[in-house]
Design a protein around this ligand. Structure first.
Ligand code: CAA
Ligand code: NAD
Length: 310
């Protein structure tokens, strides 16, 4: 309840923050990309949402419509007609495409939110760098990969950086703005101004593994999975413990399911490969097993818990 009240306040103040960026292309229409497209459109940006899968794009449009409806209900509770106008105008600002090259051609900013895999991201950014106009800023929403390493394939290194959002994007108020080694001051300032314009509180972080939030949150989630794997407590009790004993809105296993067990595994595997001596990054057999069985959490209908399929 409290967080949503905050969205409403944030949303009403965000419209007044100016950003030179007006046209944003979001690549990846999954959990994160659809949320980034939503907050951009509701702040008045022209959005092109891209995914390789037309089915994902159709699902994203549906969920964005439903989530905009939630926002409208709060912000325009005394004026449902204005609320309907807000939903239809915001949706009208989002167009969808399956071709990232065509989508990059009209963008002031491209935010990439595709699978957490360096090779796949490299392939995409090479294409985007060739296709996008000179002034376009390219940014990644990576959870755990190095911004410098992702950006190593682009020529415009001064116009490359990290924009790390949190799930669910319309509700979580933070944006981590990540400066790569060659990100220019102008690019950094433009990313900060854009983040504020889409209603987020921005913090700055260097290109370090997991930036601020995930460097703390991912080891915590992993320790909870290990605790459960050892049989020290049930999943339900671990989650209740952290909610009632530490005031977290979700328990760590619920949160792992919410983020996606595949994403958790991609993060851990990447860090383990890079820092094999760090015990906090050691692979977790139970996590690997669940992912290999297709139990990815909320998005697949089962992880540590079972969910109704959306
Ligand atoms: N879009 C718009 N509104 C949404 C929404 C969405 N996707 N999801 C929830 N809401 C709204 C609901 O409508 C509700 O509004 P009201 O107050 O008007 O009812 C409000 O948010 C709260 O939602 P719920 O009542 O359904 O559920 P809740 O109170 O349990 O809150 C939650 C849900 C906000 C997700 C809360 O449990 C929470 O904050 N969980 C922790 C999330 C977290 O830690 N995220 C970070 C993950 S890590 C990450 O993202 C980084 C990474 O790289 C992996
Ligand atoms: P997701 O699996 O929900 O969505 C990824 C989407 O990208 C899929 O729909 C897929 O079809 C699409 N895709 C894959 N390759 C593509 C390509 N070449 N071109 C266009 N579309 C492509 O994943 P997600 O959870 O939204 O994560 C996306 C990114 O955001 C990852 O880098 C992840 O680490 C990061 N992230 C995730 C979370 C989270 O909580 N899940 C939070 C913050 C950041």
């Amino acid at each position: 309840m409290m967080q949503f009240g905050l969205i409403a306040r944030k949303f009403s103040s965000s419209a007044s923050v100016q950003s030179a960026i007006k046209n944003v292309t979001v690549i990846g229409g999954g959990l994160m990309g659809s949320g980034i497209a939503q907050v951009s459109a509701q702040a008045g940006q022209n959005v092109t949402l891209v995914d390789v899968s037309p089915d994902v794009l159709a699902k994203a449009q549906k969920s964005i419509g439903a989530n905009l409806g939630r926002v409208a209900k709060k912000v325009y509770k005394d004026n449902p007609q204005e609320g309907e106008k807000f939903v239809s105008e915001s949706l009208g600002r989002i167009k969808t495409l399956t071709d990232p090259v065509a989508a990059a051609k009209t963008a002031d900013l491209v935010v990439e939110a595709i699978v957490e895999n360096m090779d796949v991201k490299h392939k995409l950014f090479k294409q985007l760098d060739e296709a996008a106009p000179q002034h376009t800023i390219l940014a990644s929403n990576t959870s755990s990969l190095s911004i410098n390493e992702i950006g190593s394939v682009v020529k415009r290194k001064d116009r490359f950086g990290g924009l790390h959002f949190f799930n669910p994007v319309p509700v979580m108020r933070l944006l981590e703005v990540v400066k790569g080694a060659e990100t220019s001051e102008a690019t950094y300032n433009a990313m900060m101004a854009w983040g504020k314009a889409v209603g987020k509180t921005c913090i700055t972080c260097k290109d370090t593994p997991g930036f601020v939030v995930n460097r703390l949150l991912v080891p915590y989630i992993c320790e909870a999975i290990r605790l459960y794997e050892r049989g020290d407590a049930s999943a339900r009790d671990i989650d209740i413990a952290m909610k009632l004993g530490a005031g977290y809105p979700m328990g760590p296993l619920e949160l792992a399911d919410y983020v996606g067990l595949d994403t958790n595994k991609f993060i851990l595997d990447g860090w383990h490969k890079k820092y094999p001596d760090q015990v906090l990054f050691k692979p977790i057999p139970l996590l690997n097993k669940l992912v290999s069985e297709g139990k990815l959490g909320v998005k697949s209908g089962e992880g540590f818990y079972k969910y109704e399929k959306k």
